[in-house]
Design a protein around this ligand. Structure first.
Ligand code: UTP
Length: 325
């Protein structure tokens, strides 16, 4: 391990891009960003902010688009709801309402046009300034028992430069991701989850992929990324791609804020970016919940045993009030 470099200023800020069009979730995303999709009872974005806070982040900048309103409302106070719950003495629900407001210092910046993830990150330039910062995407959820972001921060503080989270995926699916092109790295030999990247390839053909390590939605970036993004031409789909900027950073010298490492994540990650993965995520997280898990799992067992019989009539829970009552 090399000693901490000059760029190792503490990581205090996170940029959370939430301005994508979310076309895979239409019609929901007509008026609400997909980051507001509920995962059991919390919007995905709250899991993400909670994760950032548990990694030591105190300041969160959300990059928002046309449908920003529900996001802003979720992290704001709601006086009439709070007064109502306080009057009823319902401190449990009141605490749930307060939690999202008190989590972190949340700021907003508008991305006027959805010109890509790189363009969204660039919108954070003035807020972030000259310090390393985290980027968290709202369609990747990391289990709270797996401290991935905290590990990325630790690795960035040790080696400087920028750090991405990598997940080993089956070779045949590598064409769905940005893929890491690895370089030898003597400096990180003692850290078996750390690799150095000489570049990245966006959605490679599995036969030509340089590895099966896919980039997932957690990053700790050097502020040098902003200048690189300003000079990154639109890539795939006419969008300014963060992957292209990371590729440039990987080839830049450490003195200029360059260098790119990856942390290979071996924990639990839940994808909410498309309908099928979102449904799997909700089921998995509901199964493990203390409040509804046991009952949900019992029902799920019966549902599976029925052979997913969508023809059968539904019936009320035995403890539910009778329709006639
Ligand atoms: P995605 O590519 O998954 O989001 O972006 P999308 O484009 O909204 O989704 P589809 O493909 O149309 O369904 C990854 C993350 O980057 C944000 C998204 O909100 C998401 O969290 N993003 C993407 C922006 O903030 N701005 C953009 O211009 C693009």
């Amino acid at each position: 391990m090399s000693p901490a470099g000059p760029q190792s200023r503490a990581v205090r800020k996170a940029v959370v891009p939430a301005a994508g069009l979310g076309t895979r979730f239409l019609p929901f995303t007509k008026s609400t960003p997909k980051e507001m999709l509920p995962v059991v009872d919390k919007p995905a974005i709250q899991y993400v902010v909670e994760e950032a806070v548990s990694a030591g982040i105190t300041d969160v900048l959300m990059v928002v688009g046309r449908t920003k309103r529900p996001l802003e409302d979720h992290f704001d106070v709601v006086p009439e709801l709070e007064a109502n719950l306080a009057a009823k003495g319902d401190s449990t629900k009141l605490a749930l309402v307060h939690r999202s407001t008190e989590l972190a210092d949340v700021h907003y910046v508008r991305q006027h046009e959805a010109k890509g993830l790189g363009h969204a990150v660039l919108a954070g330039k003035h807020h972030v300034g000259d310090e390393p910062f985290a980027v968290l995407l709202g369609d990747d959820l990391i289990d709270e028992r797996d401290a991935l972001l905290a590990r990325l921060v630790e690795v960035q503080q040790t080696y400087g430069g920028s750090v991405v989270a990598l997940l080993e995926v089956p070779q045949e699916t590598v064409n769905m991701y940005g893929c890491a092109d690895l370089a030898p790295d003597e400096a990180s030999e003692g850290d078996d989850d750390v690799v150095r990247l000489k570049g990245m390839v966006e959605k490679p053909d599995p036969a030509d992929a340089p590895s099966n390590l896919a980039v997932i939605g957690r990053y700790v970036l050097s502020p040098a990324v902003f200048e690189v993004l300003e000079n990154t031409a639109p890539g795939k789909g006419g969008e300014i791609q963060l992957t292209d900027a990371l590729e440039t950073l990987a080839g830049m010298p450490a003195e200029a804020g360059g260098g790119l490492r990856g942390v290979v994540f071996r924990g639990r990650r839940y994808d909410t970016g498309d309908k099928l993965d979102y449904l799997k995520t909700v089921v998995r997280l509901a199964s493990g919940r203390e409040d509804v898990g046991a009952e949900f799992n019992a029902w799920l067992g019966e549902w599976v045993a029925s052979g997913f019989d969508t023809e059968q009539p539904t019936h009320a829970r035995p403890d539910a009030p009778s329709a006639k009552a």
